[in-house]
Design a protein around this ligand. Sequence first.
Ligand SMILES: [Fe+2]
Length: 478
Amino acid sequence: MLLSSDGLGHVILKPTPLKYCEEILPKIRGPVVTKQELIDAEPKFLPEQKIVVEHTDFKPLAKEHDAEFKEFEDFNVTGKSMCEGKVDDFVEHFRDRFRRLSGIIKERGPARDIEHVKRRGMGEKVRIIGMVSEIKTTKNGHRLISLEDETDTINVLVPQSDRQLIEESHNVINDEVIAIDGKMSRELFIANAIIKPDIPLHQPRRTEESLCVGMMSDTHIGSLLFMRQNFEKFIDWMHGRHGNAKQRELAGRIKYITIAGDLVDGVGIYPNQEYELETTDIFEQYRQFKQYLEQLPDYVEVVLTPGNHDAVRTADPQPAMSNEVTNNITSLDNVNLMSSPGYCSLHGVEFLLYHGASIHSIVPHVKTTDYVHPEKVCVEYLQRRHLHPVYGERPPITPEKKDYMVIERVPDVMQVADVHRNGYITYKGVIGVNAGCWQKQTPYQLQKGHHPTPCILPILDLHATKLSIVHFDKEVGA
Ligand SMILES: [Fe+2]
């Protein structure tokens, strides 16, 4: 047989070209083999259409209740992106961030403008609020924080003698908005307290009925490493076809599924990604994803937000995925597309979903965070009332006139993703969850030393506000 040049190009992009030829070539007549003939001979993925035999004792509670999904516009950039990347856009963006975050801090007490403090506030004990433009350590061990408000800039000195405040100053990062209590002394403002916008103690809303939300992310459909069998076992489990009576009862209470981004693996996300793809067509990836959603019980309401592998811009905030690219996914009545970040109410309980790529600009600067416990970053977001403070690092921020990353409304649940590790945290009453993923460790993660925890499903009981964890990560059939 002779391979045409496009056929050769197609073969060498396969992860195991020789094995591929052994499987495909016997199905082709030849003698000249084109790319199209190869594609036609490839096995087509179709989620297994099972003959459904429901347990007669599977009576899902969730089926008896209508879904109550409501999206809040506060975080929704979809269709509103007017940014052209001009200087004015940046000015408006950071002004909006400053005004809204300083407004949150001012709810707890007044603050002086920096200009006033510099000109007339010598020696007076005051609070100032500013956006951090630079942080450095002097040769004597003091910390210098440059702050900026709409009136002026100021250099804040954190004295080396105040060990606790020095420690807190190491938790300050660029472009976040903070308040400093202290007084002006010559050219410097001497700090005696650092205050973050933070959240008050929060009483989570709860439902009357014991309905649940299954939380997932990073399914990465289209990847060779997508854990298809485990995912299909999860779908079976949702129908009450696995597990003991207690597990089937839990499955039947799941009214909502949230998927916080990286629904598919995408195409061209990083160099040589094609070697790790089972499906190299983005439309086909979403078609397969939709087929899985079709197999979920039809009474389950699904909420989808994008991640950096999905077919929208990677810069934050990410608009909702479009129906054009997702194979008209909202033709399924129970599917809702939101932006990232996206904010919604599920049966009255409020969820903030954010794919969470800004963890890569938090972990290098905040020593209380790491990639092993990505849920900890939820605390950093909530204390700063901001999901992506540092400008100029990974991933980029689009300077919209409104800063959609400001957490103006306090959610009951914050769901993040991206790092592929499952973890949970509660901060002042807000539940933080990183659901993990449904993809095996990638070569990139191996190289970085990141260890994913795939196929674990956290399920939040909206009445008890408690999490149950179901493992689909064991060998299928075990
Ligand atoms: Fe991912």
